[in-house]
Design a protein around this ligand. Structure first.
Ligand code: ATP
Length: 446
């Protein structure tokens, strides 16, 4: 049973705060719109996703090079790409309540006629849009003049393109090969909304995969499949994931093909990821603006050309939100409504929790702690809990999505050295020999 979509978002936001997944940024000062702080469980969830992505798309592949480029870049990078002139959204202001909106996201706003009604007060008119540049501008160094302007990067992609030549010089890779990066990106969004979905500071996981232009189509297809495979790996329900082929007229002018991967978020179907064939646009522009040659010499054919690029782009925070939305489940267990996070074990922030049946029986506590320490070595993310009764502990673990709970009771220490292992999704309990516990959990968690 899924909670009603209108309430689902509120329930997820409240669970995230209560249980230490995600908090409003700068909360004690009244917050800063569009910023979010990940608490211990959110950080663990994010790290799991980040590590899985890096493994799947970088370390498990021979053709990928990982980079971690600086957030602040020479301002000419953004002049070359067109971001300084054109990375903007259409901003409209209500003539009555003075609220500001992104024109293309206001329902009913007519982009051609350039008019619409205020979605907030309902009374005012939204006039002609002005272009609002979304890059956060700053100055690098003590002198604040035009030469010291820098920007917080609005995407991680360019940190890879500007290192193309370094990778070629250090590693001499043959085409096709790619660069991968995970890192923060910043956009001064006009209207941050829908929890972390549209934030002003967020994290991206991006690949710039370089090919001979004659090979772009099969490479595009390869990454399309890999991206779908990834959504399954992290536990998103395939029926909630859509591919939206972007029409010629709606694509960025340099892109020859773009697919947006969309997801049924609680607030509606929206973009999760993008996959674009960017041609040789970025490398050509950087070559033109920097004066550095960025072509590739095929030593076999002696062909010299600027490689073309396929870009799979993933938002990490939107991934976390999609995982949370997919995982949030309500059912009836023991005649009570239970809300829990049905995480795929690979992403679950806590894999196993260990309890002594009673906390005032030293022999139970000692045995439980012994098992807890052993499992920690094996699985890392293991929690010890002896607070309240076992039913309450199950509830707490269900709420944070822990797949298995292990309870040490009197049979463990007095009879047969077995423990109970309880399954989050079914609530079923099994007795397992303590000596075989680690293998049992390994087979279940994998
Ligand atoms: P949108 O149309 O939603 O503004 P976009 O098409 O501008 O997104 P891209 O520039 O393609 O997004 O960025 C790549 C990915 O980065 C997106 O698919 C998304 O997952 C993530 N992303 C972009 N903007 C934001 C944001 N403001 N907050 C959180 N994630 C974002």
């Amino acid at each position: 049973m899924k909670a009603k979509d209108s309430e689902l978002m509120e329930k997820i936001v409240s669970l995230c705060k209560r249980r230490g997944f995600i908090y409003q940024g700068s909360e004690i000062y009244g917050g800063l719109s569009g910023t979010w702080d990940y608490g211990p469980l959110g950080t663990a969830l994010k790290n799991n996703v980040r590590n899985l992505w890096w493994k799947k798309f970088v370390t498990d592949r021979e053709d990928m090079y990982g980079v971690d480029a600086a957030i602040l870049m020479n301002q000419n990078v953004w002049k070359a790409t067109g971001h300084v002139g054109g990375f903007s959204d259409p901003l409209v202001t209500c003539d009555k309540c003075k609220k500001r909106f992104r024109a293309d996201k206001v329902e009913g706003y007519d982009l051609k006629a350039e008019k619409g009604k205020c979605p907030d007060c309902g009374k005012g008119d939204l006039g002609k849009p002005v272009q609002f540049n979304m890059m956060f501008k700053t100055h690098a160094g003590a002198v604040e003049d035009d030469s010291s302007i820098s920007y917080l990067r609005p995407e991680t992609a360019q940190g890879m393109f500007v290192n193309y030549k370094n990778i070629i010089d250090s590693f001499h890779p043959k085409l096709p090969f790619g660069m991968g990066q995970i890192g923060k990106a910043f956009r001064n969004e006009i209207a941050p909304r829908d929890f972390t979905f549209r934030s002003r500071e967020f994290e991206q996981m991006e690949i710039e995969y370089l090919v001979n232009p004659k090979d772009w189509a099969p490479t595009f297809e390869h990454f399309r499949k890999e991206m779908l495979d990834w959504t399954k790996q992290i536990g998103l329900n395939p029926v909630n994931v859509y591919e939206n082929e972007i029409a010629d007229a709606d694509r960025a002018f340099y892109s020859k093909r773009t697919i947006d991967f969309e997801f049924d978020f609680p607030f509606g179907r929206s973009e999760l990821y993008g996959l674009a064939y960017r041609t040789d646009y970025d490398l050509k522009k950087h070559s033109e603006f920097s004066g550095v040659e960025l072509s590739y010499l095929d030593e076999e054919t002696k062909e010299k050309f600027v490689p073309h690029c396929i870009e799979p782009s993933f938002g990490l925070d939107r991934t976390i939100l999609a995982i949370l939305s997919s995982a949030y489940t309500e059912d009836n267990m023991n005649e009570e409504v239970r809300a829990y996070l049905k995480f795929a074990p690979v992403v679950a922030p806590v894999k196993v929790a260990v309890f002594p049946l009673l906390k005032n029986k030293p022999a139970l506590v000692e045995k439980a702690r012994e098992i807890y320490q052993a499992l920690r070595k094996e699985f890392g993310a293991v929690m010890f809990d002896d607070n309240g009764n076992v039913g309450k502990r199950y509830r707490r673990q269900d709420e944070i999505g822990t797949p298995y709970c292990v309870t040490v009771d009197f049979d463990t220490i007095e009879k047969d050295n077995t423990v109970t292992v309880r399954d989050r999704d079914t609530g079923k309990q099994e007795r397992v020999e303590a000596a075989k516990l680690s293998d049992y959990l390994k087979s279940k968690l994998n």
